[in-house]
Design a binder for this molecule. Structure first.
Ligand SMILES: *[C@@H]1O[C@H](CO)[C@@H](O)[C@H](O)[C@H]1NC(C)=O
Length: 534
């Protein structure tokens, strides 16, 4: 969930014609993605003291791989007299196997329902933002009140799962290393760390290893999640370590297939009426160059990926330049003051001594979002993570891609397009399947399309952070998806009804011109069939 920087097209050409000098060219250019990263962190009203948790030497024992403790947060409302055992809240450090000296921090909340519930891992994006952002503002067990008490959430995902919030990549949140060489630059290293952690976790909690296992997350985790799922699947196939009962992975407003998703920015912005047709056409002039740069980057390019990042982000930045102080995580909102959101309580809460003591984090700073981790992954940004997904689908591992409809930065349109364009044995049936309404409490909370292991859900009245904006619908989504009943108890909207209903539909008034539900609720079937109902 990060805003991105732009730079001249000339750079890309320079890189193309002069590959040998390109590295120095990059280093000498007066652009600084770091500044962009810093700006973004400020927009969330976060002020991490450090840019990454690379700390001075401290002892690394050859002791256990995982050190975990049960804890009870201070000022947790309605927890008086509840024992640590009953609460089932744990915080831990995993000493990362393939690292010089890195420790990965995680929260583990046992299900409020049953220990037999699935095990779910949540990963926040950034890259470089702590999963505690989701824990406290989206789908964790509680939220932080103004007086820094913790209030139980009615729709925390721990109501239906044993859930882990992991701080990664190394240097993010409370995770740290004493060695800069542990900073991660690609999904291979990141997914290996997560896999090693998971193995250690199940070794520690053998009773949970038999449970169903799901990977979830948001935004830049659209990169982490498919890579991690593929790594787990590979480990299972090779009978490496403990078998993980991987049932599925879910990506919320993610960045997974940049080639398709960057091409959707201007279309989405036009569709929701925040830019004009002529602005759309002007912005997309760079699209062919962006697309070929992304193609060159592929799945494992290096300098070409950096070039693609710089070229393609001119698209996003050109849109932003035209929409003023609009919140690009939720186009219905303005960035209040200089801030889009106020997540400041997170740092206040986690920096309290009483809290740090129960978590056992010692003197490690909490790095809410790390610009250094962000920068370290600039070459990873434009790589296509869709390529590993078909194998997982063919082997019956479920994928849910969901997206809040008002998010610009990882908008539903781009996500819908890559999901439709993905080639696998069920593609035809998926594309042809009719959309159904996703109903919660008898009202339409979203539009769903699914076939076999693949589901796509567009969530109504939500921006980038779906569990924050629609906590009840998000919990229902997770629960039904894990149970395999996502498309049940919904009413089918066959295409004929849909067509005839369009002309009668009354557009929902939105706070900016030209936007209405009726203009944007169509499924897009690949680039060719873009039809705007405006
Ligand atoms: C803090 O705020 C919460 C939620 O608003 C409230 O329930 C609680 O009583 C407050 N605690 C104190 C000590 O004021």
């Amino acid at each position: 969930m990060r805003k991105i920087s732009s730079s001249p097209v000339a750079l890309f050409i320079l890189v193309l014609i002069s590959p040998l000098s390109s590295v120095t060219a990059l280093l000498q250019l007066p652009i600084s993605p770091s500044n962009q990263a810093e700006k973004l962190i400020r927009e969330l009203n976060l002020f991490p003291k450090e840019t990454i948790n690379i700390v001075d030497d401290r002892s690394f024992s050859n002791g256990p791989k995982i050190v975990e403790k049960a804890f009870k947060f201070p000022h947790l409302i309605d927890a008086d007299g509840v024992s640590l055992q009953d609460l089932g809240h744990h915080a831990g450090y995993y000493q990362i196997q393939h690292s010089h000296a890195a420790k990965m921090f995680y929260f583990f909340f046992e299900s409020r329902n049953s220990k037999d519930d699935p095990v779910v891992v949540w990963l926040t994006g950034g890259p470089g933002c702590s999963s505690e952002m989701a824990l406290f503002y989206e789908n964790g067990p509680f939220s932080i009140a103004n007086n820094l008490s913790l209030v139980w959430k009615e729709y925390g995902w721990d109501k239906v799962s044993n859930i882990l919030f992991v701080d990664q990549p190394i240097g993010t949140g409370f995770s740290y290393s004493t060695n800069r060489h542990d900073i991660r630059h690609n999904e291979k290293d990141i997914s290996n760390d997560l896999y090693d952690f998971l193995q250690a976790f199940f070794k520690e909690h053998t009773e949970l290893a038999k449970n169903d296992f799901y990977i979830t997350g948001e935004s830049y985790a659209g990169h982490y999640i498919p890579a991690f799922a593929a790594r787990v699947h590979q480990g299972n196939k090779a009978k490496e370590g403990i078998h993980v009962n991987l049932k599925g992975f879910a990506i919320g407003n993610g960045l997974t297939d940049p080639g398709i998703q960057y091409a959707a920015y201007a279309d989405y912005a036009l569709d929701v009426g925040i830019i004009t047709q002529s602005a759309h056409d002007r912005i997309n002039k760079i699209l062919p160059l962006c697309k070929s740069a992304i193609k060159l980057c592929g799945t494992d390019g290096t300098i070409s990926c950096m070039a693609a990042y710089l070229v393609c982000n001119t698209i996003f930045n050109s849109i932003l330049a035209r929409v003023g102080d609009m919140n690009y995580y939720d186009i219905r909102k303005k960035c209040e003051g200089s801030l889009c959101y106020d997540f400041s309580k997170l740092e206040k809460f986690l920096n309290q001594k009483s809290v740090r003591d129960v978590l056992g984090v010692g003197d490690i700073d909490f790095v809410s979002c790390s610009p250094t981790v962000y920068d370290a992954l600039l070459m990873d940004w434009m790589r296509n993570l869709e390529v590993g997904i078909p194998t997982l689908l063919e082997d019956g591992v479920k994928l849910l891609v969901y997206a809040g409809e008002y998010d610009l930065i990882c908008n539903w349109l781009g996500n819908s397009r890559w999901v439709h364009a993905m080639e696998w044995s069920g593609q035809k049936e998926f594309v042809a399947s009719s959309e159904v309404t996703f109903e919660v409490d008898g009202s339409e909370a979203g539009l769903l399309k699914s076939h076999g292991p693949l589901s796509f859900l567009k969530v109504h009245d939500a921006g980038h952070m779906v569990p924050m904006d629609q906590p009840k619908a998000a919990l229902e989504m997770l629960k039904r998806w894990m149970q395999g009943s996502l498309s049940e108890s919904t009413s089918s909207v066959n295409s004929e009804n849909l067509v005839s209903s369009i002309s009668d539909e009354i557009c929902v008034e939105a706070p900016f011109a030209g936007h209405g539900r009726c203009s944007s609720d169509r499924w897009m079937k690949g680039d060719a069939a873009l039809i705007f109902y405006r």
